[in-house]
Design a binder for this molecule. Sequence first.
Ligand code: ZN
Length: 427
Amino acid sequence: MLRAVCVFLVLGFALAKHEQYEGFGLYKIIVKSPEQIELVNYLSHTLDLDVWSHAVPGRAGQVLVQKDKKALFQNELKGAGIEFTLESDDIKEILDLEDRLLEAASKKRNNASRLDSLPFDQIYTYHQVDAFLELLAEAYPNTVTLVNAGKSVEGRDIKYIKISTTNFEDSSKPVVFLESLLHAREWITLPATLYAIHKLVIDVTEQDLVQDIDWIILPIANPDGYEHSHGEFRLWRKNRSSAHSLVCSGVDLNRNFDINWSTASSNNACSDTFHGSGPFSEPETTVIKSIFDQYSDRMELFLDIHSFGSMILYGYGNGQLPSNGLFLHLVGINMASAIDNVKMSWNPNYIVGNVAHVLYDASGSAGDYAMSAGVPFSYTYELPGHRFGIGGFGFFVDPAFIEQAGFETWEGIKAGARYVRDNRTKK
Ligand SMILES: [Zn+2]
């Protein structure tokens, strides 16, 4: 059965051309004061920059700048005394390189014999993942249930799997919920959930985690955006709704949840952090809400897997800590240490903290909504953004890191899952 899955997975990879990114510059910027942060924020709005990571004193940021705005951007930075490095003068070259690497990995696998499980050397498309989940549920009917939970804006099925030895009927078990690809371009997050599925269903080495916990895994939370990122727009982040503007499409799904909605997000439909027309205005977030509604009475842990930055973050996005803030932090450190123990040497150690303290204020996130819905341990993982010793290329995937991303993230997931299993807050 799985041999058929894998043969199917090999098919369907298409190269994208990335012309629209030609000449875009990727800058590393170093800020030293609140005034400099403010100027970068101002420039990001007025020059329509793509902020990949926010610079704060002590931690550099990365910003993608359109070709015709690079000179102006550099002048502004120089004028304000902000240190910067041009890491790539043409991001299209990096995008083309990513395509070549992924294509080469895919070709290499055609000759490989490892067809008895899901190969972790490729970033699979929506259709490939969909076919895999369908066949997985068929092959493992005693533990895997595939749920078709609703449709995306463009009509794609949003599917998640439930993994349980007791068909989710033993109410004494905790539920752990893993999600990836809420943000379309964060491709490296998909192998993290697929690896977890692999270790919970196909290559089970941690029997206790399968026996003691009911799992919900949603690998592609934003199918339309994800498909779009495999086509013309590799760096697409949002969903594909065109209902809110005649000019720009897409809602940032991680700003669309009903928790402090619109208080720290954008009202501009063209912004990458546009929050939509109201809480849960999008079908994709409504599906995720329904999962919380259905299982929050038993759900102890929610991990929303994003990239990039090597961070484990918790809420709330306005800087207020929930009543279990200390435990939230300690479990975050447990998970981070487990990952750090096996991470690649050139990636930094994980940072653990409240999202507003570590990064920036953010409202309407899935992680915050989970806590407000009663999930005691809710985290946003930001997977590493470094490419094998070459440096920080953020969202781009090196095939050689795919399995490692799955493997090391699984160490964190295991630590978190075992903690909530052993320290139940709900019974
Ligand atoms: Zn993200």
